[in-house]
Design a protein. Structure first.
Length: 335
């Protein structure tokens, strides 16, 4: 009988011959040598054990074929690729999410406008199109198995392709979803001072009684100007309020006002009440002849009352004045 690793397949045998490459025989018998199983190979003759058939490297196989005689018969599985195939230890590479691989050196890009290059044994992602960034691992550690073009996250964009990274939305803008879209403008009557706004709500509302004049994408609270019917004396911090212009003043949305003229109580002509700036508000200090200050409760105001210059009876009795209604001058005052 032929020994292990040998066979004679002729009707009349004089000598046994070594098992051919790709086969083995593990016992002394009259049986022929057996083919090495799928996903293995044997390059030399005379294999005496199954283990003499070499396993293919991980991620590769013989596509179901038996009796393979060379390591190059081990082809990468379809979900992998191999660019370098020179020596027995050249491995199959994991196909990154940004590619579709076919088990050899061919591939299809998932994002058509992405740019890849061959770098040694791997495909390396260089750049991505508008609204995307190169992703290849966390914390700056390169991982070739994770490479793909990833859409810019909330609060970030890339609008100048080719893109490698996303940048934060500029002040005055926001982006509320992960997408390839660019950042949106904060709407009129809002502002955003810091970059990276991730929600519409990150655009801050102007204080009551102020607006941006219809302009969008404002980057400072100072772009919120008081409406014409309001005034602001102090403008140091975002919370400094605009105050409603009292009937006794003509306002222009800033700290300049004109005092409304009143018919004189003494002679023909006009007079004015005495107004001064008191902290953030204008306060009526005194009224001209023929008028007196009257405090009127204002439940709708954050301040407690308005001061009113109201015409007196003595003024109404003057022969050169005929009044159909009291003349008043209003101003906000503190409690």
């Amino acid at each position: 009988m032929c020994d292990k690793g040998e066979e004679c397949n002729f009707a009349e045998c004089e000598v046994c011959t070594l098992c051919a490459p790709g086969t083995f025989k593990s016992a002394r018998s009259t049986e022929p040598c057996q083919a090495c199983p799928p996903n293995t190979y044997r390059m030399l003759p005379g294999a005496r054990e199954l283990v003499n058939c070499q396993d293919c490297l991980p991620k590769s196989g013989t596509k179901g074929q038996k009796g393979q005689t060379h390591w190059k018969s081990c082809l990468c599985d379809d979900i992998f690729y191999r660019l370098v195939y020179d020596i027995i230890t050249d491995e199959c590479q994991v196909c990154p999410p940004g590619l579709t691989c076919y088990g050899d050196e061919s591939m299809t890009k998932v994002v058509n406008e992405s740019v890849w290059q061959i770098q040694g044994p791997i495909f390396k992602l260089d750049t991505c199109p508008y609204g995307m960034a190169v992703y290849n691992g966390n914390d700056g550690v390169f991982n070739e198995e994770l490479q793909q073009c990833d859409m810019c996250d909330k609060g970030a964009e890339c609008t100048t392709p080719p893109c490698t990274t996303c940048v934060q939305c500029a002040p005055g803008k926001f982006k509320s979803a992960k997408s390839t879209e660019s950042c949106q403008l904060c709407p009129a009557n809002t502002y955003r001072e810091d970059p990276g706004a991730r929600e519409l709500g990150d655009c801050q509302d102007c204080v009551a009684g102020s607006n941006t004049g219809g302009n969008k994408a404002q980057t400072s609270w100072r772009n919120c100007l008081c409406d014409k019917a309001y005034y602001k004396i102090i403008s140091n911090v975002p919370s400094d309020a605009c105050y409603e212009c009292p009937p006794g003043l003509t306002c222009d949305g800033d700290d300049t006002v004109d005092i409304v003229e009143l018919p004189s109580g003494k002679i023909e002509g006009v007079e004015k009440g005495n107004w001064t700036a008191n902290g953030p508000i204008f306060r009526l200090q005194s009224c001209p002849f023929g008028y007196q200050i009257y405090n009127e409760w204002m439940a709708s105001s954050s301040l407690s009352y308005k001061s009113v210059c109201r015409a007196t009876k003595a003024w109404n009795a003057l022969p050169h004045r005929v009044l159909s209604a009291p003349h008043v001058l209003l101003a906000f005052t503190n409690q």
